[in-house]
Design a protein around this ligand. Structure first.
Ligand code: SAM
Length: 305
């Protein structure tokens, strides 16, 4: 199963295409805000109980934790920039990523954590390239634990060091400094990255990021939701701890509920308040093969007070 929802595509804002009549299911490629009946919920619980009935050994868990950069490096060595698609939905879901022409702030700074091959960074730079003023206005930092990923970003034809700085960092390792001071960022972007970090470390990661936000700055979050198809497809023997799994290639993934996301961000002790926190339940349809896939993502926004 895909690491990071690579199958998402350009779309109108969440919640706008609703399936009212089950007979229409194969008329479109995707349906928003899909209701789950009791049977589907029970089946999902059963699948998760089964695939998490046994946890990997302490040694295996330590290996995935200590060598996570290595496993992500292998992932990017293999897939290069072919795996994830550009995140075009970014601008419909997160209007904060479009710098307004009349924005009076002189220096707007974004920071993307877990930038991968740049599928978020480059659309942001493109979208905000409205002229000389904008170029001077917005600066985008991005980091990834994988050097291979950062190399893909810095060698990209659109990489411009006047507008962007990509660097290698494990965001969970507080001894690795960031190249910007605390209270200096307008937006922190977490797209399918917190799920790759060990759950015990998530709050500290979020607290650290929040300290680097200006008052009024925001963290934008989108990630895997509980009982997403990717979670149900794991076979027994891949579970690290509750709802946290290692894929066959050694990369890891956690599946969140809204309540957990709220706790991680609002109770991290860094003054974040919730502005949005929704479950995006989508039915993806393969019309050719007459297949249906139930995807679940969580999307949230938090503001620093
Ligand atoms: C599922 S991929 C998503 C990539 C990108 N955000 C996207 O949506 O296309 C997760 C990314 O997070 C990076 N990552 C995982 N753990 C990290 C950490 N502790 N610090 C920084 N980056 C990390 C991985 O190398 C990988 O590029």
């Amino acid at each position: 199963m895909a690491a990071g929802g690579g199958e998402e595509e350009r779309r109108p804002q969440f919640g706008s295409r609703l399936l009212h009549d089950g007979n229409d299911v194969f008329k479109h490629n995707a349906w928003d805000d899909v209701e789950w009946d009791d049977e589907r919920e029970t089946e999902a619980r059963r699948a998760v109980e089964e695939n998490s009935s046994m946890f990997l050994s302490r040694e295996q868990r330590d290996d995935y934790e200590q060598n996570s950069a290595h496993y992500w490096d292998k992932f990017y060595e293999q897939h290069q920039n072919k795996f994830f698609k550009d995140r075009h939905w970014l601008f419909t879901e997160f209007s904060e990523l479009t710098v307004k022409e009349n924005d009076a702030r002189k220096e707007i700074k974004f920071f993307e954590v877990g930038c991968g091959a740049g599928n978020t960074v480059f659309p942001i730079l493109r979208t905000n390239c409205g002229g000389d003023d904008d170029d001077a206005n917005l600066f985008v930092y991005c980091c990834d634990v994988s050097k291979e990923a950062v190399d893909l970003v810095t060698s990209h034809a659109e990489y411009d060091s006047r507008r962007c700085a990509a660097f290698v960092a494990d965001v969970a390792d507080e001894s690795t400094p960031f190249p910007f001071p605390e209270s200096s960022l307008d937006v922190v972007i977490l797209i399918f990255v917190l799920s790759a970090i060990c759950p015990e470390k998530m709050r500290r990661v979020v607290a650290r990021l929040a300290r680097h936000l200006k008052v009024g700055g925001r963290i934008l979050f989108r990630d895997y939701g509980r009982y997403d198809l990717a979670q149900l497809r794991f076979k027994p023997g891949r579970c690290l701890s509750a709802h946290f799994y290692a894929r066959g290639d050694g990369t890891r993934v956690y599946f969140f509920t809204r309540e957990e996301v709220r706790e991680i961000f609002c109770e991290c002790g860094a003054g974040l308040v919730e502005e949005q926190n929704l479950v995006d339940r989508r039915l993806i349809v393969n019309r050719g093969k007459r297949l249906t896939m139930y995807r679940v993502w969580i999307q949230a926004k938090f503001r620093k007070t």
